[in-house]
Design a protein around this ligand. Sequence first.
Ligand SMILES: *Cc1c(COP(=O)(O)O)cnc(C)c1O
Length: 368
Amino acid sequence: MSNSDFEAARLTVRLGAIAENYRICQRLAAPAEVTGVVKADAYGMGMEACARALAAAGCDTFFVARLEEGIALRPIVPGSRIFVLDGAQPDMVPALIEYRLTPALNSLAEIAAWSAAAREMRTALDAAIHIDTGMNRLGLPGNELATLAAEAGRRLDGLRVVLWMSHLACADDPADRMNVVQLDRFRTALAMLPPAPASLASSGGILLGKDYTFDMVRPGLGLYGGRPQSQRPNPFKTVAQLCGRILQIRRVDVGESAGYGATFRTGRPSTLATVALGYADGLMRALSNRGHGAIGGQRAPIAGRVSMDLITLDVTDIPPRAVELGAEVEFLGDTIALDELAAASGTAPYEILTSFKPRVRRHYVSGL
Ligand SMILES: *Cc1c(COP(=O)(O)O)cnc(C)c1O
C-alpha cells in the first residue's frame, strides 16, 4: 500500500458498532449465548479486526465455514471455541485436531471419522452435530438422524457433543410457515438425542423470538449492521461505510450522454460528477442507471453505466457548494442503507458485503 494520504475510495468499518450489535443480540436472545459468525473474512469486513472487537465485547465462541478460516482465526482468539461449519471430511481431521477446531459434523460418515480419531487418540473430542431440518444443504438427513438416535451410544463413542444445531431457511420472513415446521422438527430431534446445548437461530432467527433462541445463537449479518427481516425496522447499527471521491465535475447541455453505451441522456442542462468507485471495487454494474450516491446526506442518481473504476452521478439537484472536487460520495453507510444498495443492485445484503475488493482499503474506527 502507498504512503499517500489521498485515497480515492475507502471502506470504513465501525468496530464499535460491531460490539454494540453483539450486545443488542445479547439483549434480544438472553439468556442464550451469543456467538460471532466470522466466515468469509467476517462478511468482507476483515476477520482479524472483527474477531478481536467481538472478543473484547465478550464473545468467546466463533463460527467459520472453512477449515482454512478456522486455522487463520486460531491465533487471533487462542482460547475461544471455534466451530467449523463445513464439517470433518477425513482429510480435514488432522488439521481440525491440531488447531483445536470443533467441527459441525454433517453426516454419520463424518461422525464415524471424528469418533475413530478420538478412539485412536484415546481422548474425547468435542463435536457439534448439524441436523438438517429442511434446508437440504448440510446436516444429517432424517434417516441418518433416526439411526443416530437409535445407536447413539455406539455412534458417539469417544465424542463429547457440545452442540446440536440446525439452520433456518426462511428466518428473514417471520410469516413463513417453514419457520415453525423447522422448529418442530428440531424439537423432535432434540427429544430423541442425548442432552446437549442446542442452537437454531442466526440473525433472522433471533428476531423470531425466544422459541427460536435455545442455548446459543449464531448471528452474522446483524453483527455487521444488516437488517435480518425487511418487515421490521433494523435493530442493528450501521457498520460499513463505502465512499469514493469526486475526480471531475462538468456542466453538460441537454441531449448529452454519459458513460459506456451512452445509456444515460440529459433531459436538461446538467451537472455530472465522476466518482472514483467502480465494479472493480465491488460496486455492482447492476447499479447502472438505478442506484444513488449521497453527498453530504443528499442523494444523487447514478447516471449511465457503472464502469470498472468510475461511476458518474447526476448532481444537478445538489447545492453546488456541496459538489466539490475531492468531496466524498457515500454509496453505503448512514444515508444509503445496506438494504437499499442491495435492492438497487438486484441482490442480497450478504453478497454486497462480501463483494468489496482489496483495492478498497478498509479503515477501522473504534466508534459507533
Ligand atoms: C452463515 C450462517 C449463519 C449466520 O447467518 P446470518 O443470517 O448472517 O446471521 C449462521 N448459521 C449458519 C449455519 C450459517 O451458515
